[in-house]
Design a protein around this ligand. Structure first.
Ligand code: GAR
Length: 201
């Protein structure tokens, strides 16, 4: 069976990348294969996870390019060279412009650690999302996987999962619960769903 070729873009620890690698090994992801991992941060632990899984890696740094367009063109060139079908943003901490998102309609997937449209958009990333949820006092949060378009966190939603907030939660405790109960589950399921629809069409 033909598989969709997946690139994963990362910036940090890469636990969501690990969830995708594990899902590929266990067969939860069977319609796609991770062909490339691109980091925009030197020393990101996600790169180690990719190397350990024998997945090709690349580093594309903003400081090596004169502007956002050149940075995005460098990523696009790699995606083209590796014949990538689906792009997954897994903790990728750089907002992509319309020049990039417009080139891959409904082919870029992002995981966000809240129930969109709460606590999302520019400035809401990583622990900041959980800090905002706790300071607002919401009792339920969660994670969302969505397609990426020109509006930050504004593309069509693919899957969501709710997670309970408990007394005494800190941003760190909540982040871990949202990852374990929601992100690491719905990201692989969404990637499989999108890859399957691409190879069927
Ligand atoms: C994850 O919680 C992910 O949802 C979040 O950053 C973390 C990355 O962790 N992404 C965003 O906030 C994007 N707006 P990881 O590197 O261990 O996967």
């Amino acid at each position: 069976m033909k598989k969709a070729r997946i690139a994963v873009l990362v910036s940090g620890g890469g636990t969501n990348l690990q969830a995708l690698i594990d899902a590929q090994n266990s067969g939860i992801i069977e319609s796609g294969e991770i062909a490339l991992v691109i980091s925009n941060k030197e020393g990101a632990y996600a790169l180690e996870r990719a190397k350990r899984a024998n997945i090709e890696t690349a580093l594309v740094l903003k400081k090596d390019h004169p502007d956002a367009t050149a940075f995005e063109e460098a990523i696009k060139a790699l995606l083209c060279e590796k014949e990538i079908d689906i792009i997954v943003l897994a903790g990728f901490m750089s907002i992509l412009t319309e020049n990039f998102t417009g080139a891959y309609p409904e082919r870029i997937i992002n995981v966000h650690p809240s129930l969109i449209p709460s606590f999302c958009g520019k400035g809401f990333y990583g622990l900041k999302v959980h800090e905002a949820a706790l300071s607002y006092g919401v009792k339920v949060t969660g994670a969302t996987v969505h397609f990426v378009n020109e509006i930050p966190d504004g593309g069509r939603i693919i899957m969501q999962k709710a997670v309970e907030i408990k007394d005494g939660d800190t941003p760190e405790i909540l982040q871990k619960r949202v990852m374990e109960e929601a992100e690491w589950k719905i990201l692989p399921l969404s990637v499989e769903k999108v890859c399957r629809s691409k190879i069927e069409n």
